[in-house]
Structures are given as C-alpha cells and as structure tokens.
Ligand binder design. Structure first.
Ligand code: ADP
Length: 728
C-alpha cells in the first residue's frame, strides 16, 4: 500500500452533521427560550411598575379626598369669624396645616379679596421720575439735594430743599380748610428734608415735615402716583418710630388689616411692618401682639402675591375646568369642589375652590372660596411611603406643566419605559429603585446566556472531535482489514503455489533423480518456513493492533545474542549473495525479550538482503554493536537500493511499503513489529539513507542497570511468550 488514505470521508461528514445539526437547533431553541424568558421578566417588571403607580394614584387620591374636606371644614369654621388672613394662620398655628392662604371669588371667579398688588412697586429715591414740563428746575433741585445727601453735605442739601419748598409755598395758596394740597414734587422735597433734619438731630422739625407728608398723602390716595403714596407710608412709619409703642403697634395693625394696601407695594409694607416690630423688645408686654400682627402682615402680602398669580395663571385654568362642566352654576350650593395643580415660584400648589356657605356669602360677599395648599407638604406622608428605599420602585411626580415635584432618578435602566398615570393634575411615573442592581441583573442574565451558549458550543465541539476521532479510527481499522486480507492473501498465495507445485511433482514421482527430489523438498521446506514466519508476523501484528502483544524481559548480553544470530543467519545471507561483516563486542547488557530481539534483528538483516542491489554479487551487510550514551546501539548497514527521500518514517507504519520496493515480496509488517519491540523496551528505531548508497537501520535499547540497582520492568512484559523466531 502506498501513501495514507484520505482522512475525510462521507462518513465523517455524516457524523459531523448528525452531531452538529441537532446541536445548532438546540442552541437556537435555547437562545430563543432565554430571550422569551428575558422578555417575560421585562414585562413582569413593567407590570409591577404599573401596579406600583396605580397604588400611588389610589393612595394620593384617597389622601386628598380625606384631607381636603377636613381642612375645608376647619377653615370654614374660622373663616367668617376670623377673616381670610387669620384663618390660614390659625390653622397653621394649631397644627401642621399645609393651607397657605385663602382667596375669595365672585360668581365670575374674579377676585373679591384680596386685590391683586399694583403692577409697579418701585420705591422712589428722588425725583427720578420724568419731570412734568416746566418742573425741570424742581427735578434738578431734587436731584442735586439727593446727591448732596449721599455725599453727606446735609447743610447744603437742606438749603437747596428749603429754597425749593419756599418756591412751592409761594406758588400755591392754601386749599379748603386752610390746608394747601401738596404737589407730588413737594411731597418728595418735604420727605427728603425731613430725613435730612432727622439726620441732623432736629427731630421736632423732622417730625413736622413727615407729618406734612403723611397728612397730605394718607387718606388722599387718589391724587398721587404710586411712588408718592409710598412716601406717605414711609413718613407715617417715621412718625410712629418717634412715638410710644402703642402708636407703632397701631400702625402695624393698620398694615396687617389691609388698611394701607392701596398705598404701597406689599414688599414695602412688610418691610415697614418688620421695622416697626423690631422696635418692640422681647420683654415688652406688646411683644406677642406685635409678632402676631407681623405674621398677619406677611400673610396678607403673600395672599396678595398669590392674588396676582391667580389673575395671571390660575383663573384661565379655572375657567377651563368650569367649561368642562365640573363646576355647576355658582351659588346653588350643590356644586362640587374643583382642584387645580400648578407650580408657582417653585412651590407646587393645589388650588381648591368650593362654593361659599350662606354665612360666607353674606359676610364676606363672595360666591366661592379658593384655598391654596402646599401640595408637597400635603403629600409628604403619602410620598414618603413611595420613596422609601426598601421598595423595588421609586416614584417621580410632575405637575401638569412637567415641573418636577419629585424628580425621576438620574439613571434609568436601558430599554425601560416607565408607566405614566395622572392623578389630580399630577403625572406619576415608576422607576426601578436600584438601577445599579437592575442593570447588574440584566448584565448577569446576558452573561449566563453567553456562558450557556459557550458551554453548548464547547460540548458540541468536543463531541464532534470525539466523533471525528472514533470515525477516523473505525475507518482506519476498516482499511486495515481490507489491507490485511488483500496483502496477506497475496503473500500467502506464492509460497502455497510453490509448495503445491513441488509437492505434486514429488507426489507423482516426476523427480529425475534423488538430487532433484532433495532440491524440490528443500524448496517446499523453505516456502513452508516462509509461510510460518509470515503467519507469525500477521499474528504478532494483529496482537499489536489489539494492544495484546507483550514481551518477557530478561537481562542478556546483547553481543552474545547477536553473535548467535549471525552464526545462524550468515549462511542464509551468503546463499543470497551477501556477505555479513559483524563487529559485536561482548558485555553490553540489555533487558529485553530475547526472542523478540532476535526476530527484530533477523528482520533487519533479511530486509538488508531483500532490498540489496540488483546485482547482488558484491553486497556487504554490516552488523555493528556499540555502547553510546547509556544505550546499546545496533546498526544494520547495507549497500542496497536505499529508502526514497521522505519515506524514512513511513516504512515503520503497518502495511507500508516504500515506493522503490519493486517486485520484492513482502507484506509491509516487519518494520512495524520492530518499532513496536523497540518502543516497548524504552528504545528507538530509525532508518537513514547512506550518502553513497544503501541504508542504515539503527536500533537503540537502554542498557541494563548495573548489578544491584533495581531493574525497571519493561512495559507490558507480563505475558510469557516463547515462540521460536529463528529464521532459516
Ligand atoms: P516488507 O519487507 O515485508 O515489505 P517491512 O516492514 O520489513 O516490510 O519493510 C517495509 C518497507 O521498507 C519495505 O517494503 C521496503 O520498501 C522498505 N525497506 C525495508 N528495509 C529496507 C532496506 N534495507 N533497504 C531499502 N528499503 C527497505
């Protein structure tokens, strides 16, 4: 047989397909199953999130349904007796009420109380306002007085202002009742001079001027512009500061009770109230009253600011709600309350409107009562439970314009769409509370998926490889069987034919004489031995393939054994035209199966003779034994046809015959058995081409350990075996 057969057959392909196709299907099914499970998990999370938001909606609804009427009832009880400013104050003082203030509305939902604050509210410092026509000189005088006051030159400022006032007095005659009406510029000039006088320490004169301003402005508000009216309040406060506490408290009360709302901006009024209150010491018997009045002043200012917002923003929303039909005809007493949510100045408020009661309608002259609540404070106890860390989800709350009351978490897991629900003008969303954990879970799921697929793939690959190997092995064995049958039958045929032919010739008495009869007998004997040897090899080879070929090792003098072989074998070689030259020193000990060793050497010698040169007349075969590097080295050298390049290793494979073996008979088994013998004894065999023709076969066997040292048993050398291998 020449060269190895193809390693890939149809059977390989089939084996791979039967393994890989179901596996691919399995992997695909596994993957889609995992994906389906992943989607189910996602869906479950979103369902839970929705449930979470629904429960928040329910809780908020129930809480507001409970809280609003409760607070409304409490407010209603107070409203008529205490008024809309004190009612929220009283409720807040009594507990933790989120009611911020109350507004009163008429049938058209216009404000009845409080009046919204004036649009402009800047305090005039001087005659900054555009002078009217011929009053240019007055404005210049006021400006220069201001400048002088700022620089600290009060004397000159005083002179300028006095001159100015004198001019006013000359120009205007006293009005009815002996009092002369003051021009706006004169009010400013007099206010300025009063402050200068106060700084100079002339309190009586200062007070007189302040008094003049106050009496001109207060109670006469229609005539003056907004800035001048503010000066009236400031003059009034300056006078009160010079009076005993009762007077100051009286002014504070007036401010708190809205008695000066139309004179100045809320900011100025509360600043004045604050200044008045600061003059009442902590241990003063009026202290508590002062503080209460101050709170009222603040509350009033706050209500007025809200009244402005109401006019600007909420009224429209309220109208819309009314159009939607949620509020019936005003004043029928049956209409349901309406609530609106809005964010004003970063406070989210709930504006709640209910119809006024009969008492309220009568005494407060309103059709509806609007209440403003701090929604955040109101929902705090409810939201608290939905923002707690132990929940799987957290809530985000936005008002109808999208302003966050409770903002959404910064990190939201990829692909997660929060469910949105509306309640009372708020929009609620739910997010997984522990985004990191959720993301880690998702990542872990993906990892598991990958590992699983990887494991499937590795298993498939391992299985496929294993299948490949076993199919290959099977194919090899099948090939081997075919080879064995064809080659062996061919090898058997020739000796059998010869034996039969010469046997028949002899049997029929056809031999010419006894010499010829002996010659025929010799041929029959030689061919029978050849047959025996061949059968022995076949048996050994099949044992070798089955892994049952074993040896019985014993220590021998290799030189001695080789000498015996040459002695027995050289006549045979000589008969074939070869000369054996040996060099076999004694004392080189090895531990081997002696019979197998002899067979191996005979095999090598026989090959040297078989594959000798065509012209065998002068063929020298050398058999040399040496000791080298702890090994016994046996070399069989010949001058034969040599081994074709690249086949030096293959010739040791079972059934392999070199391409130049020609007509020489052989089954290709001998060298395979020699190699088995060498490796089983820890040795090697190799073949080399000789540069000047022929080949060298080198068998190396480990030397026996020196006497006394333990000898290592030869691998698998347990089964006793002693067939005679001696060749003819
Ligand atoms: P066989 O001799 O029965 O064919 P072997 O296993 O003994 O089987 O040898 C295998 C092959 O190695 C031979 O067919 C031959 O081609 C080659 N061979 C062996 N010995 C020699 C040698 N001394 N010179 C050249 N070729 C050799």
């Amino acid at each position: 047989m020449k060269g190895p057969r193809s390693r890939f057959s149809r059977r390989h392909l089939l084996a791979l397909c039967t393994f890989l196709v179901p596996l691919a299907v399995l992997a695909y099914l596994g993957q889609s199953e995992l994906q389906r499970r992943g989607t189910q998990v996602e869906a479950a999370v979103e369902r839970e999130a929705l449930q979470f938001v629904q429960s928040a909606v329910r809780a908020i609804d129930q809480h507001l349904d409970r809280e609003l009427p409760r607070l409304a009832d409490a407010a209603q009880a107070l409203l008529v007796s205490r008024g809309p400013v004190r009612t929220p104050l009283a409720l807040r003082a009594a507990g933790d009420s989120p009611l911020l203030d109350i507004v009163l509305l008429d049938q058209q939902n216009a404000l009845v109380w409080p009046s919204p604050p004036p649009a402009t509210a800047s305090l005039p410092l001087s005659g900054d306002q555009q002078p009217r026509g011929e009053d240019n000189t007055i404005a210049t005088a006021l400006r220069s007085a201001d400048l002088l006051i700022t620089r600290g030159d009060l004397e000159t400022a005083q002179t300028v202002l006095r001159d100015l006032i004198a001019k006013f007095e000359e120009a205007n005659l006293p009005g009815r009742g002996g009092r002369r009406d003051l021009d706006e510029a004169e009010v400013t000039a007099r206010f300025r001079i009063a402050t200068v006088l106060r700084k100079l320490g002339d309190h009586d004169s200062a007070r007189r001027e302040f008094e003049r301003v106050r009496s001109a402005v207060i109670g006469n508000n229609r005539r003056y512009d907004y800035d001048t009216r503010a000066l009236g309040i400031l003059a009034e406060s300056a006078i009160a500061m010079m009076e005993p506490p009762e007077e100051r408290i009286a002014l504070l009360r007036t401010i708190a009770e809205s008695g000066r709302d139309s004179y100045a901006a809320d900011g100025l009024l509360t600043a004045v109230a604050q200044r008045l209150a600061e003059t009442i010491a902590f241990d003063d018997p009026f202290f508590d009253e002062t503080q209460a009045l101050l709170r009222e002043a603040y509350q009033r200012a706050q209500s007025r600011v809200f009244a402005g917002d109401y006019e600007l923003l909420l009224k429209e929303s309220l109208r819309r709600r009314l159009r939607q039909g949620s509020l019936g005809a005003a004043g029928d007493g049956e209409e349901p309350p309406v609530s609106l949510v809005s964010t004003l100045d970063s406070t989210t408020i709930l504006f709640w409107v209910r119809p006024a009661t009969a008492d309220e309608r009568e005494q407060l002259r309103c059709a509806r009562v609007g209440m403003r609540f701090d929604l955040e404070q109101m929902l705090a106890p409810i939201l608290h439970t939905f923002l707690g860390g132990d929940s799987t989800f957290v809530l985000s709350v936005h008002d109808s314009e999208g302003v966050p009351l409770v903002p959404a978490p910064v990190e939201v897991p990829e692909g997660f769409t929060p469910p949105v629900l509306e309640v009372r003008g708020l929009s609620l969303r739910a997010f997984p509370s522990n985004t990191e954990r959720r993301m880690a879970e998702t990542a872990a799921e993906a990892r598991t998926r990958t590992y699983l697929l990887l494991a499937l793939f590795v298993t498939a690959l391992g299985g496929a490889l294993w299948l490949w190997r076993s199919v290959s092995r099977e194919a090899e064995l099948a090939n081997l069987k075919v080879d064995l049958v064809s080659r062996v039958s061919h090898e058997l045929k020739t000796p059998l034919a010869l034996i039969r032919m010469y046997g028949e010739t002899l049997g029929m008495g056809r031999a010419r004489d006894s010499d010829q009869a002996m010659h025929f007998g010799g041929i029959i004997a030689r061919e029978s031995e050849r047959l025996t040897a061949l059968i022995q090899r076949i048996l050994d080879f099949s044992r070798q393939q089955a892994g049952t070929l074993s040896y019985e090792a014993e220590e021998i003098d290799l030189g001695e054994l080789l000498r015996a072989v040459t002695e027995a074998y050289s006549p045979h070689l000589e008969a074939r035209g070869a000369t054996l030259i040996d060099d076999l020193p004694l004392g080189i000990h090895v531990t081997v199966d002696a019979n197998a060793c002899e067979s191996a050497i005979v095999n090598l010698l026989e090959n040297a003779a078989k594959y000798g040169p065509e012209d065998a007349a002068d063929h020298e075969i050398e058999l040399v034994l040496r000791r080298r590097d702890g090994m016994a080295v046996v070399e069989v050298r010949d001058r034969g046809r040599g081994i074709p390049p690249g086949e030096e290793d293959h010739i040791f494979d079972g059934f392999y015959r070199a391409t130049n073996s020609g007509e020489v008979r052989g089954a290709g088994l001998g060298l395979s058995l020699v190699r088995h013998f060498a490796t089983a004894h820890g040795g090697t065999i190799d073949a080399q081409r000789r540069a000047d023709g022929g080949s060298v076969f080198r068998l190396q066997l480990p030397l026996s350990a020196p006497a006394g040292a333990p000898t290592e048993p030869v691998a698998a050398a347990t089964v006793a075996r002693s067939p005679s291998r001696r060749q003819p």
